[in-house]
Design a protein around this ligand. Structure first.
Ligand code: ADP
Length: 551
């Protein structure tokens, strides 16, 4: 009975020991980045992290140990290790062992020195006359290279450091080695000018080789790999150890320079175009403005020219009318003078008839003199020679003299000449040009009598607040509205036919208006055909300050 209990106890102990015994998995200590001892003396790498991740899932059942690669393999053979990591296989699996699923795929490729060549490919092996290739000692790939180019020459090395050193030589065309590992060494030796070709070959699986005695371990490793691949843990490990060594063959830094340069150039061209566009736009705007103002100027000039043309035409008409009128105005009295002088020579007329002839000769002379005076006056005004001569003026006396002068002519024409003095404050002396006042009122009263066949002509005046106001009103033929403005122009008559029953040069009103202006006053007309006309004149008292210097 005692023996039975001891036996059961021993079985229990051994079962317990079996179930909790660690599986020793060994790996090389110099196979970066898969498994290696780093500078701090720690065992690290892709396989190490994978084993640790699996350990987490399986209660740390795996014991990880490292060593020299041949020693590791020996440990597996002797049963000292249950499994080894980092075994490559494709179809050459060792049937005496379990092989787990692949942990990672590895491949070989060409390595070249970017300082000497831009790229390297199988094509270069074929086309180079006798390429110099760096290879691992005893590497089977020598046959592959010779199959591509029988003239290929080789340099054999025993370490990655040596391999990379050989690539420093310009005559070396390429090296062939495992991609990730070589890139790892190139990086750690700061040889970033060593590049790997895109084209890879000798693709192999890398996984765990497990002793047939440890089927359970093979299961743990396979399942563990399955789980960490599914839960993302594997990817993290991969990104930590493998991804950084994948470096593109494209030397982006070199291209970046050109890209930036090109981009800058495009921007520059764009900017120049933009500026050019702006300049063009502003020039077009400027030109448009210039054209617009030129057009404005042109149309202004055109209008002015048209205006000038119309004025010239009018002036031409007026000149013709004036010449016709003048010849009439001079010839008629001249004919009168010559005709009646001729009659006076004869003895056929008595003294009464002779007096009548002399009277007519005088009238003709007066008429001619008046015409000539008018022409002289308007010429002086036009040339600016007419000056204003300011002196104290007795308005009352001037008007009264004119009244006396025209009374006879009015009665001869059977019209009443009425004089009306309105509000007149004579306390202040009135300063003006007497000659011009006389001329203005003579013209107006003469016209009023001339153009009034019957009725009356009233001359009214007032003087207050330093202003003298006059009105020469008649009940005569009146002036049509359209003529009321232009009769103040030179040589204009309301009835331009010189056969008109009214004699006149068409200068009286324009002279009057110019004189009124020169005296700082205003002249205004109200008239209705058939009813009569009213000429209103306002003249200021021109003291020293308000002297008017002429037109
Ligand atoms: P004229 O020597 O022809 O009288 P004016 O310049 O004095 O020249 O007058 C211009 C024209 O104005 C006259 O020809 C006449 O047709 C018109 N006119 C001037 N005063 C009167 C008026 N009181 N009544 C009617 N028409 C007048």
């Amino acid at each position: 009975m005692k023996i039975k209990i001891v036996f059961i106890f021993l079985i229990f102990i051994s079962l317990d020991a079996l179930s909790y015994d660690n599986f020793k998995v060994m790996l090389s200590d110099s196979y970066p980045p898969y498994n290696f001892v780093d500078e701090r003396g720690e065992l690290v790498g892709l396989n190490v992290d994978i084993l640790k991740a699996i350990n987490k899932l399986y209660d740390d059942q795996i014991e990880i140990e490292s060593g020299d690669w041949s020693m590791v393999n020996q440990a597996l053979e002797t049963g000292d290790a249950c499994a080894v990591a980092g075994i490559h296989y494709f179809d050459n699996m060792d049937m005496d062992y379990f092989h787990t699923r692949s942990v990672i795929n590895t491949y070989h490729c060409f390595f070249y020195n970017k300082r000497y060549r831009n790229n390297f490919s199988i094509r270069d092996i074929r086309t180079t006359q006798s390429p110099l290739v760096v290879l691992w000692e005893n590497d089977v790939l020598i046959h592959y290279i010779l199959s591509l180019n029988p003239n290929a020459r080789f340099v054999f090395v025993r370490s990655y450091e040596e391999l990379l050193d050989e690539l420093e030589r310009e005559e070396v065309d390429c090296a062939i080695a495992q991609k990730i590992m070589s890139l790892y060494y190139a990086k750690s030796l700061d040889k970033n000018y060593i590049f790997a070709s895109d084209k890879v070959f000798l693709e192999r699986n890398m996984g765990f080789k497990v002793s047939k005695n440890y089927g359970e371990l093979a299961e743990i490793l396979n399942n563990g790999l399955e789980i960490i691949m599914a839960n993302g843990e594997y990817q993290k490990i991969y990104d930590k150890w493998i991804t950084p060594h994948y470096r593109s063959n494209k030397d982006w830094n070199k291209y970046l320079k050109y890209i930036i340069l090109g981009g800058g150039l495009i921007l520059l061209v764009f900017g120049v175009l933009l500026v050019f566009n702006r300049i063009l736009k502003s020039q077009v705007r400027k030109q448009t403005k210039n054209l617009q103002s030129q057009l404005k100027l042109n149309s202004k000039i055109r209008y002015e020219l048209e205006d000038q043309k119309i004025k010239a035409e009018v002036s031409d008409q007026m000149k013709s009318a004036f010449l016709a009128n003048m010849s009439h105005e001079i010839r008629t009295p001249m004919n009168g003078i010559l005709g009646f002088t001729e009659l006076l020579k004869s003895d056929n007329y008595d003294s009464k008839e002779r007096d009548y002839f002399i009277n007519l000769i005088q009238q003709s002379g007066d008429r001619m003199l008046s015409t000539i005076n008018n022409i002289i006056d308007i010429s002086k005004i036009e040339s600016g020679a007419e000056k204003v001569l300011i002196k104290p003026v007795d308005i009352r006396r001037i008007i009264s003299d004119l009244y006396d002068f025209f009374k006879f002519e009015a009665s001869e024409n059977k019209i009443d000449l009425i004089l009306k003095e309105e509000d007149f404050q004579s306390s202040k002396v009135f300063y003006s040009d007497e000659y011009k006042l006389n001329s203005i009122f003579t013209n107006l009263i003469k016209n009023a009598i001339k153009f009034t066949p019957r009725g009356s002509v009233t001359v009214s005046y007032s003087y207050s607040n330093n202003t003298a106001n006059f009105c020469i009103c008649d009940t005569g033929i009146g002036i049509r509205e359209e003529k009321q403005q232009i009769i103040f122009d030179h040589f204009v008559r309301a009835d331009i036919s010189y056969s008109s029953e009214y004699e006149g040069s068409g200068l009286g009103l324009s002279i009057s208006k110019e004189y009124v202006n020169m005296l700082g006053g205003t002249i205004r007309l109200e008239s209705a055909p058939g009813k009569g006309s009213k000429f209103f004149i306002t003249l200021p008292n021109i003291d020293g300050n308000k002297m008017y210097s002429g037109s």
